[in-house]
Design a protein around this ligand. Structure first.
Ligand code: PMP
Length: 440
C-alpha cells in the first residue's frame, strides 16, 4: 500500500516517469498526450532543454538564500522581465510558490494598502459566483465554487458575491453584449452600495474563468466596465490570472485582450510551466509606493519567496516563449482546436457549448442542447470522461461544478504552447471517443 496521502485515497494512479514534448510517459512506457498541461501548467511541454539547463545551472550555483537576508540575480532578472511586459501601472513583483499563495498575498497587499492609507474600514471583498481562486482558507473563501467550499464554510471569512459573466447560461436571448455588461455592472454597483463603497477593499475576478467551468471568457467590454466601477469607488481590482495568464490565451497577460489593467495581478501555473513551483503577484506602483512610504514593510512572507532555482526556471520559460514566438502558435493552434472541436461536436446531442481563447478551451456537456439541462451530478460524467481519456492516452481536465445551485459538466483543454496540428487532431479524436463512450 502507498504511504502517500494521495489526492484520492481510493484511485490507482499510473506512475509518471518521463516526458517528451507534449507527452507524459508512465512506468509501463505508455504515452499520454497532455492536452490540459496537468492543470494548465505545462505550457512548454515536459522536456525543454533550455529550461532544464537553466534549472541545473542555478541549483548548482546557489541552493537557497532566504529573502529576508538576500536578493538574487534570477529573482531580480525575472521581475525586470515581467514588469517590462506588464500592463500599465504595474511596476513590481511579489514572488511566491503557487497560485493560492499569490491570491492570499494579493488580498493581504490590498488590505495593508488601505490600512496604510488610513482607511482601515475597507475590508470587504467582492468576488463572483463562478470562480476558483485556490484552496488555502483565504483563497477558498474568495472562490465561488460551492462544492469546494461546503464542508469548510465555518472556517471561511465572509465574501460577497456577484454573478459571473457567463454568456452561454446567463446572457438573455436577444440581449446585446453591451446590455449584458451594463446589467452586470449595475449588479456590482448595487453590491458595492449595499456594503458601502467606503468599506469595500477589492473586487476579484478571473479574466477567463478556468477551473470552475472550463475556459469561459467574459464578453467584450465586461472587464473594462468592472475596472471603471472599481476605480470610481476607490476599490482595488485584483485579476486572478493564475490559470489564464502567461500566454495561455494568446497574450502574455489575459487582460491585455480587453485593454484593461489592474491593481494586482496573480500569476502562477504558466510562469514556471511546471519546471519549478512558482507564482507571483504583479503589483501596481500605487500600492508599492504606499507601503514603501508608509511602514516600508509588507507584513507577510513565505520561506520560499523568490527561490533562485524557481526564478531561473521561470525566466528561461518566459524567454523560450518569447524567443520562439510561441504566443503566435497559441493563437493559431487555439483557433484550429476550436474549429476542429466544432466540426467534431457541432451536431453532438450533448455538447452545449465550445468556448475559450487561445489554447484555453472549454466544452460544456448537457443532457439536452435545447434546454441546456445539465446531467445528473450522480452520473459523475466528468470523472468517467477523465478515466476513458486516460485509457486512450489523453490527459484532459473534465470537471463538475455547481454554479448558482446548478450542476455542470465541462472539459477543459489547455495543451502546451508547442503543439502542432497533428496534436490537435489527436486531442479531438481521443476526446471524441472518450465523450461518446461515456454518453452511449
Ligand atoms: N487561481 C486560479 C484561477 C486557479 O486556477 C488556481 C489553480 N487551479 C489557483 C488560483 C490556485 O493555484 P494553486 O493550485 O497553485 O495554489
Amino acid at each position: 500500500m502507498s504511504h502517500v496521502f494521495h489526492r484520492s485515497l481510493t484511485a490507482a494512479y499510473p506512475v509518471a516517469v518521463g516526458g517528451d514534448g507534449p507527452y507524459l510517459i508512465d512506468a509501463s512506457g505508455k504515452r499520454y498526450l497532455d492536452a490540459c498541461g496537468g492543470a494548465a501548467v505545462s505550457c512548454l511541454g515536459h522536456s525543454d532543454a533550455a529550461v532544464i539547463a537553466a534549472v541545473q545551472q542555478q541549483v548548482g550555483q546557489l541552493a537557497y538564500a532566504h529573502s529576508s537576508f538576500f536578493t538574487t540575480e534570477p529573482m531580480e532578472a525575472l521581475a525586470d522581465f515581467l514588469v517590462a511586459r506588464a500592463p500599465e501601472g504595474i511596476d513590481s513583483v511579489y514572488f511566491v510558490s503557487g497560485g493560492s499563495e499569490a491570491v492570499e498575498s494579493a488580498l493581504k497587499l490590498a488590505r495593508q494598502y488601505f490600512v496604510e492609507r488610513g482607511q482601515p474600514q475597507r475590508r470587504h471583498i467582492i468576488a463572483r459566483r463562478q470562480s476558483y481562486h485556490g484552496n488555502t482558507l483565504g483563497a477558498l473563501a474568495t472562490g465561488g465554487n460551492a462544492w469546494r467550499r461546503q464542508q469548510f464554510a465555518p472556517l471561511l471569512i465572509d465574501v460577497s458575491r456577484v454573478s459571473p459573466c457567463y454568456a452561454y447560461r446567463n446572457q438573455q436571448p436577444g440581449e446585446t453584449d453591451a446590455h449584458y455588461v451594463a446589467r452586470l455592472g449595475r449588479e456590482l454597483e448595487q453590491q458595492i452600495n449595499e456594503l458601502g463603497a467606503e468599506n469595500v477593499m477589492a473586487f476579484i475576478a478571473e479574466p477567463v474563468v478556468g477551473a470552475t467551468s472550463g475556459a469561459v471568457p467574459a464578453v467584450s467590454g465586461y472587464l473594462r466596465q468592472m475596472r471603471d466601477i472599481c476605480q470610481r469607488h476607490g476599490i482595488l481590482l485584483i485579476l486572478d490570472e493564475v490559470m489564464c495568464g502567461m500566454g495561455r490565451t494568446g497574450t502574455l497577460f489575459a487582460c491585455e485582450h480587453d485593454g484593461v489593467t489592474a491593481d494586482l495581478i496573480c500569476i502562477a501555473k504558466g510562469l514556471g510551466a511546471g519546471y519549478q513551483a512558482i507564482g507571483a503577484v504583479m503589483v501596481s506602483a500605487a500600492i508599492r509606493d504606499t507601503i514603501r512610504d508608509g511602514s516600508g514593510f509588507f507584513q507577510h512572507g513565505h520561506t520560499y519567496i523568490g527561490h533562485a532555482t524557481a526564478c531561473a526556471a521561470a525566466l528561461a520559460v518566459q524567454q523560450q516563449i518569447e524567443q520562439r514566438d510561441l504566443l503566435a502558435n497559441v493563437r493559431a493552434m487555439g483557433d484550429l482546436l476550436q474549429q476542429r472541436l466544432r466540426q467534431r461536436f457541432d451536431t453532438h446531442a450533448h455538447v452545449g457549448d465550445i468556448r475559450g481563447r487561445g489554447l484555453f478551451v472549454g466544452i460544456e456537456l448537457v443532457q439536452d442542447r435545447a434546454s441546456k439541462q445539465p446531467f445528473d451530478p450522480a452520473l459523475r460524467l466528468h470523472a468517467r470522461i477523465k478515466s476513458r481519456a486516460m485509457q486512450a492516452g489523453l490527459m484532459c481536465y473534465p470537471m463538475g461544478g455547481t454554479i448558482d445551485g446548478q450542476h455542470g459538466d465541462h472539459v477543459l483543454l489547455a495543451p502546451p504552447y508547442i503543439i502542432d496540428s497533428r496534436h490537435v487532431d489527436e486531442i479531438v479524436d481521443k476526446l471524441g471517443m472518450a465523450i461518446d463512450a461515456c454518453l452511449q
